[in-house]
Design a protein around this ligand. Structure first.
Ligand code: FMN
Length: 169
């Protein structure tokens, strides 16, 4: 098993909590390294083969500052051979026109640089108007809404992790 990292802001609240739940769902057979997305370097990012990126949507459809600051570096990377899964927090009631957009922004970025993006999920069970995370009828990752659908997160995480497990190399 290659090195697996989960990248998220250690200063975030809901995204960090979801990271803990995701690690728990992987269980002790998987040694998942936590990486602070606020202290990222290209070298650190590239040192992992399997990557889980925690990307909440901020600012009406944008990446949070800390991910946005890494985008210029990310744009120069060759991500061929990397297997990447993205999860993102959002709020479908307050931001129905940009629900989980950041998952789509990051998904597009890493795919364009050659990464294999895994962990697409069904968009059923959510109520929103539009989302950049949507490709056909699936989100490009796991979209969690702790604010308006907190009770669904546990099952969504468990299903997602079960899908990811056999796909990480
Ligand atoms: C100013 C602001 C803008 C937001 N914009 C969006 C948005 O465009 N789309 C969305 O789905 N959620 C949006 N949200 C909701 C956040 O994604 C949600 O609160 C999430 O749980 C934040 O995760 P974090 O606390 O780990 O950063 C926004 C929240 C705030 C406070």
């Amino acid at each position: 098993m290659n090195k697996t990292g989960i990248f998220y802001s250690f200063n975030s609240t809901k995204t960090a909590k979801a990271a803990e739940k995701i690690i728990e769902a992987f269980g002790s057979d998987f040694n998942i390294v936590k990486v602070n997305a606020e202290e990222l370097t290209e070298e650190l990012f590239l040192s992992f083969t399997n990557l889980i990126l925690g990307v909440p949507t901020w600012f009406d459809g944008e990446l949070p500052n800390y991910w946005d600051e890494f985008v210029p570096a990310l744009e120069d990377l060759n991500l061929k051979g990397k297997i990447i899964a993205i999860y993102g927090l959002g709020n479908q009631v307050e931001y129905p026109e940009n629900f989980g957009d950041a998952v789509g922004i990051m998904g597009e970025l890493v795919q364009e640089r050659g990464a294999k993006l895994i962990g697409f999920t069904s968009a059923e069970g959510y109520k929103y108007e539009s989302s950049r995370a949507l490709v056909e009828d699936q989100f490009m990752g796991l979209v969690l809404d702790q604010e308006t659908q907190p009770r669904q997160s546990k099952e969504r995480i468990e299903k997602w992790v079960a899908d990811l497990k056999p796909q990480f190399s």
